[in-house]
Design a protein around this ligand. Structure first.
Ligand code: GLU
Length: 350
């Protein structure tokens, strides 16, 4: 294992040879608190599954160890490889009915969002993890993993794409964020709310699934078209913040900047001047906010924005996406050479 990373092609291990006839759920283990035993010891995905006998009764579970890292160590390239791996499995023989990704909670919202933007199809992709370590009293990992597999199997989950399951609650990948450092109910969707529940008797959804045809979902981005990830930095606004970090980001080669603005996206005058300079240098500036909820609108009707070619500097809003998710979407838009107006529209897509 190199730097905790196992190349996908080498790592497919049928973990549980279970009753034939059950639908297949494929679990891809990436690490995180769910596998953390403390003292640098980590459970593998096979070990996580073996600890939940009920899984064998409801699904034919296969497990793949993609990595075994804290989620702060997940990289953009790992996002891409994970998406490619799921897409390959979808096209292969015995394609799973659903996918479960075990992942550290700290950046789970980003990986789940990336998968939501790059993986299409009907089979749901459920990302889950744990707030308490695998060795802790009251560890939540096993219940989360079992619930994630239940959702992956649920007919009502088909066509809904990428979701996060934590603490019995289901969230759309686009809407979810980690909003507490420690509590079991750390995950919320501040503007859109909980999408559904994995209750003891059944999986329920609070909102209807989008109208879908037989192919269910088309990915927003073709992951194979992403050859590299352009630099996009987040600039945090606070009283007295100066221009230094904006200028440094541009000097370091940023192609995009996300502003974690005050209120509806404000900055200090000094940051504002630096951001204007950045736009003049061809940087796309996307304004989000530091409040934790609410929209920052873009001016989609602005005819001057509509005329700008790909690669031009501009200023757009990020709708209700938080800074880390806005950064991800901006990276993808820039990586695929989209025009500023089309990137602005992406933020409004649900
Ligand atoms: N919550 C951390 C994460 O998101 C935990 C790291 C770990 O224990 O692996 O990965």
């Amino acid at each position: 294992m190199r730097s905790g990373l196992v190349t996908a092609a080498l790592a497919v291990v049928p973990a549980v040879v279970a009753a034939q006839g059950l639908p297949r759920v494929h679990i891809i283990a990436t690490g995180g608190t769910i596998s953390n035993l403390g003292n640098d010891a980590r459970r593998t995905g096979d070990e996580l599954v073996a600890a939940i006998p009920r899984l064998k009764e409801i699904a034919r579970v296969t497990v793949e160890q993609f990595s075994n890292v804290a989620s702060g160590s997940v990289t953009q390239e790992m996002w891409r490889d994970l998406a490619k791996r799921i897409i390959a499995l979808q096209a292969g023989p015995d394609a799973p009915a659903g996918y479960v990704i075990t992942h550290g909670t700290d950046t789970m919202e980003e990986t789940a969002f990336f998968l939501g933007l790059t993986v299409g199809g009907c089979a749901p992709v459920i990302t889950t993890g744990a707030m308490r370590q695998a060795s802790a009293v009251g560890a939540d990992g096993p219940a989360n993993l079992l619930n994630a597999v239940r959702v992956a199997l649920a007919p009502s989950a088909r066509g809904r794409g990428s979701m996060v399951l934590m603490n019995d609650e289901l969230f759309a990948a686009r809407d979810v964020t980690k909003s507490n450092t420690t509590r079991l109910n750390a995950f919320t969707a501040p503007d859109a709310g909980v999408l559904g529940l994995a209750d003891p008797d059944t999986v329920v959804f609070h909102r209807a699934a989008p109208e879908t045809g037989s192919t269910c979902r088309r990915a927003t981005f073709d992951v194979n078209a992403i050859t590299s990830f352009p630099r996009v930095d987040v600039i945090y606004a606070s009283i007295g913040a100066d221009s230094v970090l904006v200028d440094a980001a541009v000097a370091a080669g940023a192609k995009g900047l996300v502003v974690a603005g005050v209120g509806r996206g404000g900055t200090t005058p000094s940051q504002g001047s630096a951001l204007r300079r950045a736009r003049g240098a061809g940087v796309l500036v996307a304004t989000s906010n530091r409040t934790g909820s609410g929209r920052v609108g873009g001016d989609l009707g602005d005819t001057s924005l509509a005329k700008l070619p790909a690669g031009a500097g501009a200023s757009i809003g990020t709708a209700d996406l938080n800074p880390q998710k806005a950064r991800l979407l901006l990276m993808l838009g820039l990586a695929t050479r989209m025009r500023p107006i089309d990137i602005a529209r992406l933020f409004e897509l649900r």
